[in-house]
Design a protein around this ligand. Structure first.
Ligand SMILES: CC(C)(COP(=O)(O)OP(=O)(O)OC[C@H]1O[C@@H](n2cnc3c(N)ncnc32)[C@H](O)[C@@H]1OP(=O)(O)O)[C@@H](O)C(=O)NCCC(=O)NCCS
Length: 172
């Protein structure tokens, strides 16, 4: 299977925050943002493997700044690392100033997708080759995040998490 670069999966989606997307404070509802992230990230995962993909886990989401009604929101998504059948995908969320057009980074999230066949069985995906400095940093951290996610899901014993052990007890 031919390796792919991260930029081959780049997916960009721009939305405007409408009244139906807001919470009682008049800001973007977190659940709506999670939905937008899931869609843009699933397209990036699909572009990487050209298969049907399903969300296996939402590994990290941070809501750093509220996003106001009528904001123009851009979501940028790329595969950060591919394993055997799963792919880690990063989503960066930017809000555009209406006057200056300057984009401010508001949120970041990490999702994991699995490629599946028509019976729902996992399928192998191409390897990912990181190119930029940021892509390499995200690639290197992905194994650690995968181990943490699998432990939290009860699918890995903490004692098997080699990367996490190295992080918390470097001399062990
Ligand atoms: C995701 C799914 C296909 C995994 O199936 P499974 O039988 O657990 O398969 P496996 O245990 O072989 O895991 C497959 C891959 O998923 C990864 N994975 C599974 N759960 C994970 C988790 N919580 N976090 C990170 N990776 C996970 C495994 O590490 C494995 O990756 P690898 O092949 O790259 O090593 C299956 O659980 C599923 O269909 N879930 C529902 C998906 C869905 O409907 N999503 C929409 C949400 S409503």
């Amino acid at each position: 299977m031919q390796s792919k670069t991260a930029k081959e999966s780049l997916t960009i989606q721009t939305q405007v925050v409408l009244p139906n997307d807001t919470n009682v404070m008049g800001n973007l509802f977190g659940g709506r943002l999670l939905q937008w992230m899931d869609i843009v990230a699933s397209i990036a995962a699909h572009r990487h493997c050209k298969r049907v993909v399903v969300t296996a886990s939402v590994n990290n989401v941070s809501f750093n700044n509220p996003i106001n009604h009528a904001s123009i929101v851009t979501l940028e998504s790329k595969v950060s690392r591919a394993f055997t059948t799963s792919m880690e995908v990063y989503i960066d969320v930017w809000v555009e100033d209406h006057v200056s057009g300057v984009k401010l980074k508001c949120n970041e999230a990490i999702y994991t997708f699995v490629a599946i066949d028509q019976n729902g069985s996992p399928l192998s995906v191409p390897e990912l080759i990181p190119e930029t400095k940021e892509e390499k940093t995200r690639f290197e951290g992905a194994l650690r995040r995968r181990q943490l996610s699998l432990i939290l899901a009860g699918k890995m014993k903490p004692s098997d998490a080699s990367e996490l052990k190295a992080l918390f007890a470097p001399s062990a």
